[in-house]
Design a protein around this ligand. Structure first.
Ligand SMILES: [Mg+2]
Length: 468
């Protein structure tokens, strides 16, 4: 399975500056009790001098170019799971499709237009839309399609953050010379994703993440909206408050009771009132978002500290041939991922779990750092033989690599065999990148394909993996 365990960096959110607290307390403490009107009037002047002046730390004052351009782009795949099912199965195209088990995880636009909503129970959804086709969903496809979308986006800018599986933020700051016609570039990006993956995406561009994500979601499917700097408040004003991130149904209902339906109306509420109603953090956030302010930056993908691939075998097995095939497949997947990151692993671990829940795990230091699946597989086999000592069926196999270092191709310099494999791996990666995972596979992979469904994107193993 494709569980890539990465040490994701914590979100970079600027620490709440002191000015924020000053300002908040300025409102929360009534002037009557505080008795310090001087402090109130002095505050704005003090703020100007400090480097964390709100507009600056909210991401609005970075550079002049960034200030002028709606450089943050939100790209969201429309009805992701359902759309992937429609791409894979032409019979589903143009028909209402529901993906999920018991609850709608994703509904195609044909179903959405009839009123089906995400998170609805199937019973309700099928009452509204009795002709809907229900599919359980296969996570492997979704992960692979998301990966293909991400790769297309990365060809436009290296600053691509995967916010959710099908939901990306891009930062185009500094690309003005590369893309003189920004709008045409974003349209091209949208068309390229549709052309190459069959998935339609909605695109929104603005100065902040908060506004970009609202812009992309406004006219789905195939939404396209650029909110130019300075137009944020105008753009947000007529929209219902629910569009703001952080305002759920309960908050929206509470606001509606007070006659606040649009973001424009919400903006009229003073911050201390919002904080009193929703608490310090939420109130503050709502106040900022209503003004299109958002200090979150596009996070660059963090390099992984380890990579692991694992799978569960339904019912368990003692078939060593089959398990050997799985080890091979998992090693291939790890090798491919390491090469993609330009990394080599120094340590490899194998994890087994038997049907009686007994588990065994061992790691070993590799002879030399590598990202070649043949070498990874040799080590994995060695550990597997050591660990598989009981005559009990195995339910779960996992391989992980850690102690990653940069791939400098040191090994290949004097080793012709390793050199050959380096070129072979490069070509295999290239072919797979273009024609899908199954275009090339090694000997044992053939056997594995008798057990598992082959899809253009790889094998469909049985562990649904929801980690990115
Ligand atoms: Mg989506």
């Amino acid at each position: 399975m494709d569980a890539c365990v990465e040490n994701a960096a914590p979100p970079i959110f600027p620490p709440a500056p002191v000015a924020q607290q000053d300002e908040a307390s300025r409102f929360t403490s009534p002037p009557l009790s505080g008795g310090s009107p001087a402090a109130v009037s002095a505050a704005p002047a003090a703020e100007e001098k400090r480097s964390w002046f709100p507009t600056r730390w909210l991401g609005l004052g970075k550079t002049r170019a960034a200030e002028k351009a709606p450089h943050i782009v939100h790209v969201d795949v429309d009805a992701f799971f359902a759309s992937v099912e429609q791409v894979l199965n032409p019979k589903l195209r143009g028909k209402p499709v529901l993906v999920g088990r018991g609850v709608v995880a994703s509904a195609s636009y044909e179903a959405k237009f009839r009123g089906v909503k995400t998170a609805m129970s199937f019973r309700d959804a099928l009452r509204i839309c009795p002709k809907a086709i229900v599919v359980p969903g296969q996570y492997e496809h979704y992960a692979d399609f998301a990966e293909r979308v991400r790769r297309i986006l990365e060809a436009y800018t290296p600053a691509v953050e995967t916010a959710a599986l099908d939901d990306f933020y891009l930062d185009f700051a500094g690309t003005e010379r590369l893309y003189p016609d920004y709008e045409a570039t974003l349209k091209r990006l949208q068309a390229e994703i549709l052309g190459k993956t069959g998935l339609s995406v909605s695109v929104g561009a603005a100065r902040t993440k908060a506004v970009a994500s609202i812009a992309s979601r406004l006219e789905r499917p195939r939404g396209f909206r650029i909110v130019n700097p300075g137009e944020e408040e105008l753009f947000l004003a007529p929209l219902p408050v629910e569009k703001l991130h952080g305002i759920g149904h309960i908050h929206a209902a509470a606001l509606a009771e007070r006659g606040v339906a649009t973001i424009g109306q919400l903006r009229l509420i003073p911050k201390p009132v919002l904080i009193a109603a929703f608490g310090e953090a939420v109130g503050q956030q709502i106040w900022e978002r209503a003004r299109g302010l958002d200090g979150r930056e596009v996070l660059l993908p963090s390099t992984p500290k380890s990579v692991s691939r694992e799978t569960t075998i339904e019912g368990g097995t003692i078939d060593t041939e089959f398990l050997g095939g799985l080890l091979e497949y998992l090693s291939e997947r790890i090798g491919g991922t390491l090469r993609e990151y330009g990394k080599q692993a120094c340590t490899l671990g194998v994890h087994l779990r038997y049907v009686d829940h007994f588990s065994a795990h061992q790691t070993m230091r590799l002879e030399r750092a590598t990202n070649d699946e043949r070498e990874l597989l040799a080590a994995a086999r060695e550990l597997f033989t050591k660990l598989f000592t009981r005559r009990v069926a195995i339910r779960h196999v996992g391989i992980s690599v850690m102690n990653l270092e940069m791939d400098r191709r040191q090994n290949e310099l004097f080793d012709t065999d390793a050199n050959r494999r380096w070129y072979l791996n490069r070509e295999v990666d290239r072919v797979r990148g273009r024609y899908g995972w199954n275009a090339v596979f090694y000997g044992k992979g053939l056997e594995l394909r008798e057990h598992y469904a082959t899809k253009p994107t790889g094998l469909v193993l049985s562990t649904p993996c929801l980690s990115r």
